[in-house]
Each structure stands twice: as C-alpha cells, then as structure tokens.
Design a protein around this ligand. Structure first.
Ligand SMILES: C[S@@+](CC[C@H](N)C(=O)[O-])C[C@H]1O[C@@H](n2cnc3c(N)ncnc32)[C@H](O)[C@@H]1O
Length: 197
C-alpha cells in the first residue's frame, strides 16, 4: 500500500476540493445519526478531508471529535474552516488510521467517503475495533451510490483507490469483530455499520 501516494493525491486536490464536495446538508446529519452520534459522543472521523462532516457532529453536540487525514493540505482547509471551535472539542490530526492510537476510546468511528482509499481492510477493521469502546459503533458510508462512485473512480490510480464492493460483501470483513446491524446499497445510498462485539 502506498500511503505517501494517497496523501499526495489528496494534497493535490485540496485547494479545489470544496468546489466539488457535497454542500453541508441533512445527509451529513443523517450519516452522523446512523453512526449513533449524540450529545456527549466521542467521535473519530477517518479521512475527514476538508471537514465536510464536522458541522453535523457539532450540531449533534458531540463532546469530542478527532478528525484524521493523511493529507496536510486537506487538513489545512479543515482547520481554517473550524478555527473558531476549541481544540478540546474538535482536533484535526495528520495521521494514518492504520497506526493511530488514542488513550480514550471513542463511541463512534465514521469512515465517510474514504473507505475505497484505505486499501488494507483487515488492518482497518482491527484499528477501528481497537479505538472503540465495547459496543461502540462504526459506520462506513458514502454520499453517492456504489455504481456512481465506482464510475467516478474509474480514472483514479489503483494504488490510490479500490472499487467499492456490494455492501453485503464488504461487511463480511467486519462481521467477526462487529455485529452488523445496518446496511444499504441502493442507487443513491451506500452504508454499513454495527457495534463492537
Ligand atoms: C475522498 S476523500 C473524502 C474526504 C471527506 N470525508 C469528504 O467526504 O469530503 C478521502 C480522504 O481519506 C483520506 N485517507 C485515505 N487513506 C487514509 C488513511 N489511511 N488514514 C487517514 N486518512 C486517509 C485521504 O487523504 C482523503 O482526504
């Protein structure tokens, strides 16, 4: 896996990311709620990019949000957008989820629009489990359906992304460690999630 290449790929796109990114919307609130985020939650946002999900977590009164990304430039945009939010509440870190550790476990780990770019799924499942509280919830979700996303990624190099598999198939990687209790794979929605066993 080429982490440097993935970070560099998104560094190059950081300046214009918000022009093509989804506008903040009820969809982000729905994703955050599907991930079980509520007042007082501790949330880990994996592959946060320019911070598209953070408003939803703040609006739901999450008490602590850690947002990780490999791309310093994506994070620079995110930090600028949320400069007025105290770091105790929202912290952006340039880290790879696969070797991230944290002293306090999270209630929710959200992987939004980032799953295809994290190529080692077994390592991702293990990292997610190690970062969650017992019964903590993970959610893999996308802002568009699988076929649309895979078509969108058709020109992206294979060491930067992977095809999104049918959600039922993708969830198999998670089912030994998590109880999968939600899943959708339609032309407009793709998500699966569950709680740590
Ligand atoms: C398609 S962007 C999505 C960004 C944001 N979630 C959004 O919806 O706009 C995927 C992001 O995941 C990040 N990423 C990829 N692999 C990662 C890893 N192993 N750890 C942390 N972030 C990663 C990339 O740098 C990139 O910014």
């Amino acid at each position: 896996m080429s982490i440097g290449k993935i970070g560099a790929y998104f560094d190059e796109r950081a300046d214009t990311w918000n022009e093509q990114a989804e506008p903040a919307s009820a969809k982000h609130l729905m994703v955050a709620q599907l991930a079980g985020v509520h007042e007082g939650s501790r949330v880990l946002d994996v592959g946060c990019g320019t911070g598209i999900m953070e408003r939803a977590y703040l609006e739901l009164d999450a008490s602590s949000i850690v947002a990780l990304d490999l791309s310093e430039k994506m994070l620079a945009c995110a930090r600028e957008t949320f400069a007025d939010v105290p770091a105790e509440r929202l912290r952006f870190e340039c880290r790879d989820i696969l070797d991230y550790t944290n002293d306090e476990p999270f209630d929710a780990v959200v992987i939004y629009n980032a799953y295809p770019h994290i190529l080692d799924k077994a390592a991702l499942v293990a990292a997610t489990a190690s970062l969650l509280k017992p019964r903590g919830r993970f959610l893999v979700a996308h802002g568009m359906g699988r076929d649309t996303l895979n078509a969108h990624h058709s020109s992206v190099p294979h060491d930067v992304t992977s095809d999104l598999l049918p959600a039922r198939e993708a969830a198999l990687d998670w089912q030994d460690t998590f109880t999968i209790d939600m899943l959708a794979d339609t032309s407009f929605a793709y998500f699966f999630g569950g709680t740590r066993k």
